[in-house]
Ligand binder design. Structure first.
Ligand SMILES: Nc1nc2c(ncn2[C@@H]2O[C@H](COP(=O)(O)OP(=O)(O)OP(=O)(O)O)[C@@H](O)[C@H]2O)c(=O)[nH]1
Ligand SMILES: [Mg+2]
Length: 397
């Protein structure tokens, strides 16, 4: 068995993570009580990647849900779907959020949550037969998702240096930040993703809101969960290329630090292959504002889902690894998930860095972040690290 442990943090991370579990439970025919209701070997073959089996035969998500703020976890706990999560894997410690403050989440005003989550991770690791690694859903904007998420990434690297870590991270490229210290949270969070994570799939709320004409997080989260489901088909179903985290990270990130990935999801109703190829790079289907029509893409994987004729696919997708999974997404009978390591990330990082530097030079709001024990050096290191990363992108252009 090659298990993956899933960790979801903060409000955004918990909402997206729960949708992901909803999605993959359907795909593996697991009902809300954890009972498997199908006969097909396809769904069961690699189910242990994400689900544990209890002594009474039920399947339970190998997931740890945590937040400082009780509301989100309580609402999952009280939902019909939430019953599937073991209650001892839902962790709340505190009464308040980190108020979007990266410093509070990272420096742990609330040590209790750090201990509870770390202990739970250790317990889960001990239960695994041959752990592949960890995946995390979180936002880089909030105090818990970004700050506490960074702390957990540091800890995973420290305790399990030979296991892989992958994140599904939301951010926002909006010109007008929703929260004033957003540029700090994002750059400080990216600093830890560069250092302590092997693969990071980024999702830009601004791109999704603009291009999907959607106004609710509910819609956005469903799209993001569908993409995560698409990417993880490689780990969850038999006979896929990039069939485990190590193969996936090796192929998708030819340069070790340049492991930031953009993705797209394209429904395939009545599209010819040539049209599909256009659509997968079209702005309306992309999760990040990268221009795939221009610029280099160092690695790309196309994951086809549903009943699809395989003829001609190689002709239209010669530049990408392609894989097929017969189990479709619930919403689309046939779909294509693309994941690419694209140079366009550089420009996005430059924008975040510019905003960060403008504020940091004037020492704006530094006091608020450092009050919780954060050292100003952390800002300097984060700025330098992102600068270096941008140089590394430039050097291979
Ligand atoms: N895509 C998506 N983005 C969200 C969602 N909820 C919040 N966000 C975005 O993420 C940012 C951070 O919010 P939260 O996830 O609530 O923050 P947190 O990680 O809980 O951290 P604190 O509440 O500050 O402790 C928000 O400003 C939103 O822009 C969500 O459900 N989906
Ligand atoms: Mg919160």
């Amino acid at each position: 068995m090659r298990e993956i442990i899933h960790i979801q943090l903060g409000e955004c991370g918990n909402r997206i993570g729960s949708k992901f579990w909803n999605c993959i439970s359907d795909e593996h025919c697991i009902d809300s009580t954890g009972i498997y209701f199908d006969q097909s070997d396809l769904c069961l073959d690699r189910i242990h990647t994400y689900f544990d089996q209890t002594s009474d035969g039920k399947y339970r998500p190998r997931a740890i849900l945590a937040d400082f703020d009780p509301d989100m976890i309580n609402s999952i706990r009280n939902s019909s779907f939430g019953k599937q999560f073991p209650s001892d894997q839902m962790i709340i410690a505190g009464e308040y959020s980190c108020a979007s403050n990266w410093g509070v989440g990272y420096c742990l005003q609330n040590f209790e949550l750090a201990d509870l989550v770390s202990n739970k991770i250790r317990q889960q690791v001990e239960l695994c037969d041959n752990l592949q690694g960890f995946q995390m859903t979180h936002s880089l904007i909030g105090g818990t998702g970004s700050g506490f998420g960074s702390f957990i990434l540091d800890q995973l690297r420290d305790e399990y240096p030979d296991r892989l870590t992958m994140t599904f991270s939301c951010l926002s490229s909006s010109e007008i930040p929703e929260r004033v210290i957003e540029p700090y949270n994002i750059v400080l969070g990216l600093h830890h993703l560069i250092e302590n994570c092997d693969s990071s799939c980024l999702f830009d709320n601004e791109t999704l809101f603009k291009r999907r004409f959607s106004s609710t997080f509910e819609d956005l989260n469903q799209i993001i969960a569908n993409v995560i489901s698409g990417i993880t088909t490689c780990f969850r179903f038999p006979d896929q290329i990039n069939g485990d985290m190590r193969k996936f990270t090796t192929y998708s990130s030819p340069y070790i630090r340049l492991h930031f990935l953009a993705s797209s999801l394209t429904p395939m109703s009545c599209l010819s292959l040539s049209e599909l190829r256009k659509q997968m790079f079209d702005n309306t289907n992309l999760m990040m504002p990268c221009n795939f029509q221009q610029g280099q893409c160092h690695a790309m994987t196309s994951i086809f889902r549903g009943q699809i004729s395989l003829q001609k696919i190689d002709e239209y997708f010669p530049d990408s690894k392609t894989t097929f999974c017969r189990v479709p997404l619930k919403e689309f009978e046939r779909s294509l998930t693309m994941i690419g390591n694209h140079m366009g990330m550089k420009e996005i990082f430059q924008i975040f860095l510019k905003k960060f530097t403008t504020m940091f030079r004037r020492k704006l709001y530094i006091f608020g972040l450092c009050r919780s024990g954060l050292d100003e050096m952390e800002f300097i290191e984060a700025e330098n690290n992102l600068n270096d990363l941008i140089d590394e992108y430039q050097s291979i252009e």
